[in-house]
Design a protein around this ligand. Sequence first.
Ligand code: OFO
Length: 200
Amino acid sequence: MGNRSKKIDFNKKYLDMKEIVTKQKSLLKDTEKLLNKQIEMEGKSSAYYLSMASWCEMKGYENSAEFLYRHSEEERMHMLKLIRYVNEAGGHALQPEIIGIKHSFETLREVFEQVLDHEIAVTISINHLVDHCFGQKDFATFQFLQWYVKEQREEETLARRALELFDIIGEGGIGLWTIDQEIVKLEGKVSAAQSMGEGK
Ligand code: OFO
């Protein structure tokens, strides 16, 4: 057999194989749809935090800006992780269209109030997805999502701690400057506290 016909033979086998794999697709349509909605939500989180980071940087809140730039990157990673999972499970992950991102904020406190509101909305969405997968006996996706359940617990706590700083320190005098200094230290403290709670 010449090289060319070997190549054709291989291509044919590969196409047949793809068909077999597609028939064995494990993801239900409803689950795929919900996962795509979650992809959109993570993409929006990334864009929200990027916009907030830029506002903070422009206003001179450098540490808050760093904190939010980093979180924007993390949310993008959450989105990519979901995209790869959906495609590996035989579905089609869709690049979300992101519009309507807010660019201006009244105060630094408003930024962190919105971070907390947004993280609570993400947790509700993840819980709904987990509940759906359990109901459908899709235990593979259920297990995959446990990472997000844990991540949300940490992110919600982090957002709460950030907001508490405004009440504890106060915004008058050098208060805002101090809050901006303290915000970056929170991450280490929250993850250490959670590791201790998990007995690590
Ligand atoms: Fe904090 O949103 Fe991702 O998971």
